[in-house]
Design a protein around this ligand. Structure first.
Ligand code: TMP
Ligand code: ASP
Length: 237
């Protein structure tokens, strides 16, 4: 697989064209960012850990029938993925209230949400990813009614699959964010699933094992990601 021109550079990943028009290379960099890019740092090993973590989760989801863009690992910090036309919205499911929902709704941090709740956000850093609803998505043409329905259904399916996967390894999947895209009219899960885009707590101590360690200056960010990977059995070296 030949890596060609850079198509796009995000805050933590870069995307490259390849010799195949339908495939891209995702490069997971050591960069980390929070608060819509206001806080940034370089963390050793993070690109490698996230690349392998993402590959493990995407394969697990595929085994359960979720169509994803993931094709294969290319190197320690690169993966080959399908080229998707991305839908510019973020799909968030929450099993426990924490983070922005507590500030927005004034609800207590740490309460269980039964049933889990769902939110859409517009992917737009300058606007700080505002919350949107499905009428916005349809009216502005970001996705069709069918795609909206499918994104909600798939995100809840992913929640069921991953919540039990994490729990088997003594971790709570608190919340997470997914992004979807289309190829040839079909919807695929795109982007990534790593501790950068979800919250994971130890089931007993409720210790944070995700990017909140970076957001809140708790230290041991990559060490926590590696701990999660090791508990799940993600091969890292
Ligand atoms: P929030 O509490 O900040 O709204 O985030 C909810 C979850 O979604 C959390 O696991 C982080 C993830 N997320 C991202 O990864 N990127 C984003 O831009 C947003 C809005 C959320
Ligand atoms: N991923 C987003 C950012 O960089 C939001 C966050 O994680 O806080 O800024």
């Amino acid at each position: 697989m030949q890596r060609s021109d850079q198509l796009y550079a995000g805050k933590a990943k870069s995307v490259y064209l390849t010799d195949s028009p339908e495939l891209l290379i995702l490069h997971f960099r050591n960069d980390t960012s929070a608060f819509d890019g206001q806080k940034v740092a370089q963390l050793d090993r993070k690109g490698m850990v996230n690349n392998k973590f993402n590959a493990f989760v995407m394969r697990e989801l595929e085994k359960h029938g979720i169509a994803t863009h993931f094709e294969r690992l290319l190197s320690d910090d690169e993966s080959v993925v399908k080229r998707l036309e991305m839908i510019p919205v973020e799909c968030v499911v929450r099993n426990i209230a924490t983070g922005s929902i507590c500030k927005r709704l004034g609800v207590e941090d740490g309460i269980d949400l039964d049933p889990p709740t769902f939110e859409f956000f517009l992917k737009n850093d300058p606007l700080h990813d505002p919350m949107i609803n499905e009428y916005h998505i349809r009216s502005f043409g970001w996705a069709t009614e069918d795609e909206v329905k499918t994104m909600i259904e798939r995100t809840f399916q992913v929640n069921d699959i991953l919540k039990s996967m994490f729990l088997k390894s003594d971790m709570l999947l608190v919340d997470f964010k997914l992004e979807f895209g289309r190829q040839d009219g079909k919807l695929f899960l795109g982007d990534e699933f790593t501790p950068d885009g979800c919250r994971i707590w130890d089931v007993n101590t409720r210790e944070k094992l995700d990017k909140d360690r970076f957001r809140r200056n708790l230290g041991g960010v990559v060490e926590a990601y590696e701990e999660v990977a090791q508990r799940l059995g993600v091969p890292l070296d």
